[in-house]
Design a binder for this molecule. Structure first.
Ligand code: T4K
Length: 401
């Protein structure tokens, strides 16, 4: 990434040139070199087999099962479809507990599966669901929990699984952020009835679009494979509906290369995350969120908590000032899912003070393939300079300090 001279540049929101010549986005965007991609694609063209459980998709399923340490890894079009299928295959009825602080897809999948969403809050420090936040939302109509492992951290899945067992609830983990993450030495993948991972381009393990459902339950795996397409595959199993959640050979080729590169890409993320942490430590009011309860994170996101009083600017003003510099920061998640359609049709039904508060404070910084060490240092420098000029920045952006 080419930087303009940081010493002479004025902040872009104060009339200077953007610090970066090209946008640097949030999102991992780790992709193989063109040569490797071309070679993989030419193999697919030679075989003339492009989708419908081809050899690369089958190889990927085997390698993923070993990677996650599970009996079955069922690859699917994306994590959203994987969540919908897992919930549907479990034959649930009534309500499913879902955190309000998550990506909309978590709750939408529950609704698509014909179930009712019951939102719960999250822990203010870890941002994850806990036994306490689940208990506060639990009632007799709840049949399952959709727990989310956020940010490359975990919600302590062993404890959540014990809670689900104690209350006779099914348990699915939305581990869209959690590829290669472990808790107490155990990899995510085998917890609960099923765990669902995302291989979107913005994830550490990428298939461009993609995901997988992991389970140790043979019957559930057979159902998932039969629900994944209109004609089923593998062991026949009765399912209430079929769909098209198939994985193409092109997706599988990219995912296999991404799996080869995973350790290196994770290591690179760890380094950038460390640089952000070190740099932000010296800026009042800002702190980098450490992925919760994991001994091995993938550093899927670099999440900053903005304390407006101490930093001098709100999260949203900082976001605008950074975007003016071509640092394309995001505010995951905003607003809380309970405030989005269709759930917002019942205003006031869910009181989620922690979720609401986090939605105003968190900002994701660029991390992944397009971010060099130098870029991350430059981002930290910009964040410091924006804070040091808080009054002028607030006035220029018209947002109030
Ligand atoms: N559960 C959770 C907890 C999730 O976070 C997600 C998805 C899911 C379930 C569902 O997983 P999938 O069904 O997607 O497999 C992004 C991702 O699309 C989404 O996968 C992710 N989580 C969510 C948190 O973020 P957007 O709408 O913010 O992405 P987008 O397109 O704005 O991209 C982010 C940045 O990356 C932008 O600055 C542009 C840049 N970008 C993106 C793409 C796709 C590129 O430069 N090139 C690209 O190809 O949702």
């Amino acid at each position: 990434m080419v930087l303009r001279d940081p010493d002479t540049a004025r902040l872009a929101c104060l009339g200077g040139e953007p610090a970066f010549e090209r946008p640097i986005p949030v999102g991992q965007l780790y992709f193989p070199s063109w040569d490797r991609y071309e070679q993989a694609m030419s193999g697919i063209f030679e075989r003339g087999w492009y989708t419908n459980h081809g050899p690369l998709a089958r190889e990927l399923e085997q390698r993923l099962a070993a990677f996650f340490g599970v009996k079955h890894a069922v690859v699917v079009t994306n994590a959203t479809v994987g969540l919908m299928m897992a919930l549907k295959c479990l034959g649930l009825a009534g309500k499913v507990l879902v955190p309000g602080f998550t990506f909309v897809a978590s709750a939408q999948a529950v609704t698509w599966a014909g179930l009712d969403v019951e939102f719960c809050d999250v822990d203010p420090v870890t941002h994850q669901v806990t036994e306490e936040t689940l208990t506060a939302a639990l009632d007799a109509d709840v049949s399952a929990i959709l727990a989310v492992n956020l940010w490359g951290g975990t919600c302590r899945p062993t404890e959540i699984a014990a809670f689900a067992r104690e209350h006779g609830l099914k348990l699915v983990f939305d581990s869209a952020h959690g590829v290669g993450v472990s808790c107490d030495g155990v990899s995510l993948g085998g917890f609960g009835d099923a765990e669902v991972f995302s291989f979107h381009a913005t994830k550490v393990l990428s298939a461009t679009e993609g995901g997988c459902v992991c389970t140790n339950d043979d019957e559930l795996a057979a159902k998932l494979r039969n629900m994944r397409s209109s004609y089923g595959s593998g062991t026949p199993a009765q399912v209430p509906l079929t769909s098209n959640g198939r994985f193409s050979e092109a997706q599988a080729a990219v995912a296999l290369m991404s799996l080869d590169d995973f350790a290196a890409n994770r290591g690179r993320n760890e380094r950038i995350h460390g640089l952000y942490r070190q740099g932000l430590d010296g800026i009042a009011g800002l702190s980098l969120v450490i992925p919760a309860d994991t001994d091995h994170s993938n550093y899927q996101y670099a999440v900053v908590d903005v304390d407006e009083d101490a930093y001098g600017l709100s999260r949203d003003t900082l976001l605008k000032a950074l975007r003016a510099e071509q640092v394309i920061v995001r505010r995951y998640f905003h607003p809380g899912v309970h405030r989005t359609v269709p759930y917002s049709a019942e205003p006031g039904r869910w009181q989620l003070p922690v979720t609401d508060r986090l939605c105003t404070r968190l900002l994701q910084l660029p991390i992944g393939a397009l971010v060099s060490d130098e870029d991350s240092l430059q981002v930290v420098e910009l964040v410091g300079r924006i804070g040091a000029n808080s009054a002028a920045v607030a006035e220029a952006l018209g947002l109030g300090a």
